[in-house]
Design a protein. Structure first.
Lengths: 336, 308
């Protein structure tokens, strides 16, 4: 009954929607019914039975899912990364050597490094600036909502939005429909072919990421700034500190831990970025990054070994960030 | 009372220094800059095809021709290979609802057990789940897909049979559930821990079993936390491309809107008139959710990143 979709070639969209929603209703209803029944039966059992039944109902399903769906696959990926294309023979470190020596892939690694260095820092700096500027404002809600809004937009949607901004008109006699080109021409400059010229295009893609993440940084940092006690700021003012000095000598050190959390959260998101690159350039014109290359290797070229090696490189890049993050948090807690 | 007055005084004084009109002006400039790209998309999507392709969207204010033809075309006109966008809209809905409900249900259960059951290894399990957030989706992708496609056979023993569910929503639902769980359990656990111990113990003394305790006390109290996380998970699932692309198995019958939109961008011939309208259809639902429930969303965000 679950293979309905396979014969759908001649069906109208309305038929497909009807079928899909039947499956949806069925899934939701049976999920609800199962849980309702379990609770009905379990709450009637004796106290002694409940002592072990509670683990089975509440904890075991999640743990099973995580072990089968996350831990097992992660270990399997580790093994696959040492195997050949079809995952039949062990090849040692060949896939890793491939990743670090083939020029096409070293470009991918270099691009990812550029992303990781620029996107988190710029998002955090701009987010912090806006948070500070609006901190004592009377009605900052509208400003914050507008800057925060891109958080709700998908990376694909953002890709379309910005591809439109970066639109390039090659013909002189036709008017520009891309905003950036039009601004350039208005200023008397010749616009470059934005998304085709490396390394400019990578930075233009990074702008999209910054556009999305700044709102996140702003919201979290602005909450942290609110927690800085007024007395501290007052004391600094009495000591005659200028607003700029108050900012980097008082406010910033006091919210340091939160800044680290924001930076690392955006860094991890940046490492995994895939949709923006895929939507806007497809990874062409030297804009490729690890996550997108991993997708192409594993699902386009069907090369599981190399795809897995790239996934492992991604993972290894993330681990130290998390460890640093946890350490910073602990440090901050003991200091208090 | 005096301290309150004092605080207001300090605040007012501080305000005088901080709220310089220049800072407010700069903040407004940034906010407007941030909105222009989205605004341009919206304006373009309601211009006639002819206008979009011959002039920039800002020219709309010179020649304000409004047309909803783009929306009609992208939403309702399909080809033999590509169904109209409204089908993908419903696909997105069908993907998102269970992919929000399943992980949250399981996560509340697990968070409850980790917060209030006393057992050996509890901390170990909790920290392991916390650590699982480190695993990027990409790391689990290929093997998890193979699990769905072939089941799991070790040697001769079938551990998980092949359920033949490829090309349906089921792999997408399960994948989103798995990837959402660690974060959900972590956040909800932090919240459930804050329920006063006396409340739990009083109920236990009154003879409430673990199941009654959950449905009568813990669940009603955790509704706000669940709501915050639900918005999160909703936005994440609705906006996701990678899971929909890979776990949907390329079937147009189940692919969410993001997959179709990404495909439209990639194909030549999909003009801007269709792309802008299509993109706006795909972002309108999360935008509504975002503006309506922003407060809860922010609360969830802060619970996740400030308290750690």
């Amino acid at each position: 009954m679950f293979t309905l979709a396979l014969h759908a070639a001649r069906k109208t969209p309305a038929d497909i929607i009807a079928e899909n929603f039947t499956l949806l209703a069925l899934a939701l209803l049976s999920f609800g019914a199962v849980i309702f029944l379990i609770f009905l039966l379990a709450s009637r059992t004796s106290v002694k039975t409940q002592e072990w039944l509670k683990y089975l109902v509440f904890l075991v399903p999640s743990i099973l899912l995580l072990v089968v769906g996350l831990i097992y696959p992660a270990i399997r990926t580790l093994i696959l990364s040492f195997m050949d294309k079809e995952a039949e023979q062990f090849v040692g470190f060949e896939n890793y050597i491939w990743a670090f020596t083939i020029p096409e892939i070293t470009v991918v690694l270099a691009n990812t490094a550029i992303w990781v260095v620029t996107a988190p820092v710029l998002s955090t700096v701009i987010g912090l600036a806006i948070a500070y500027m609006t901190d004592r404002m009377k009605r900052p809600a509208a400003i914050k909502s507008l800057i925060f809004m891109p958080m709700a937009i998908s990376f694909v949607g953002a890709g379309v939005i910005w591809k439109f901004v970066y639109n390039y008109q090659p013909r002189e006699d036709k008017p520009d429909i891309g905003l950036l080109s039009a601004i350039f021409k208005g200023l008397g400059l010749t616009p470059p072919n934005w998304l085709l010229e490396a390394p400019l295009n990578t930075f233009l893609l990074i702008v999209v990421m910054i556009w999305i993440q700044t709102g996140f940084a702003m919201v979290v940092l602005s909450a942290a700034l609110k927690n800085v006690p007024d007395e501290v700021v007052e004391a600094a003012m009495l000591d005659g500190a200028t607003p700029w000095k108050r900012f980097y000598l008082v406010s910033v050190p006091m919210i340091r831990a939160t800044i680290v959390v924001v930076l690392t959260t955006i860094t991890i998101g940046t490492l995994k970025v895939f949709d923006i690159v895929r939507t806007m350039t497809g990874g062409n014109f030297q804009t490729n990054v690890i996550a997108n290359e991993m997708y192409s290797q594993a699902f386009r070229q069907m090369n599981y070994g190399q795809g897995s090696a790239l996934a492992m490189i991604l993972f290894v890049a993330i681990v130290p960030i998390i460890i640093y993050n946890i350490r910073q948090l602990r440090l901050e807690r003991t200091e208090r | 009372m005096t301290s309150l007055i004092n605080k207001t005084r300090v605040k007012n004084k501080a305000k005088n220094v901080f709220s310089s009109p220049w800072a407010a002006f700069a903040a407004w400039v940034i906010a407007i800059l941030w909105t222009i790209p989205t605004f341009g998309l919206l304006v373009s999507s309601i211009r006639p095809e002819q206008d979009i392709n011959t002039s920039g969207w800002w020219m709309f204010f010179v020649q304000p021709n409004v047309s909803f033809e783009n929306y009609r075309q992208v939403l309702f006109e399909g080809t033999t290979t590509n169904p109209p966008l409204y089908q993908f809209f419903f696909n997105s809905l069908a993907v998102t609802l269970p992919a929000v409900i399943f992980p949250i249900t399981l996560a509340v259960f697990a968070a409850y057990s980790l917060a209030w059951f006393e057992f050996k290894g509890r901390d170990f399990i909790f920290f392991s789940i916390f650590a699982l957030q480190v695993i990027p989706l990409q790391l689990a992708l290929v093997p998890l897909l193979q699990l769905f496609a072939k089941g799991l056979v070790i040697g001769e023993v079938t551990i998980i049979p092949d359920f033949d569910i490829t090309g349906t929503y089921i792999p997408i639902w399960i994948a989103h559930t798995i990837f959402g769980l660690p974060m959900a359990i972590f956040l909800l656990h932090n919240f459930l821990r804050q329920i006063p111990r006396e409340l739990i113990e009083a109920a236990r003394v009154d003879g409430a079993g673990w199941f009654t305790l959950f449905s009568k006390i813990v669940l009603p109290l955790s509704i706000p936390a669940i709501a915050s996380f639900a918005i999160f998970q909703f936005l994440w699932v609705w906006n996701d491309l990678l899971v929909g692309l890979t776990f949907g198995g390329g079937a147009k019958e189940v692919a969410p809107m993001t997959v179709r939109l990404a495909e439209m961008v990639g194909t030549r011939g999909s003009g801007w008139e269709l792309l802008t309208a299509g993109a706006f259809v795909s972002i309108i639902v999360p935008l509504i959710v975002f503006f309506a429930l922003q407060r809860y969303f922010v609360r969830g965000l802060l619970a996740g990143s400030v308290k750690g």
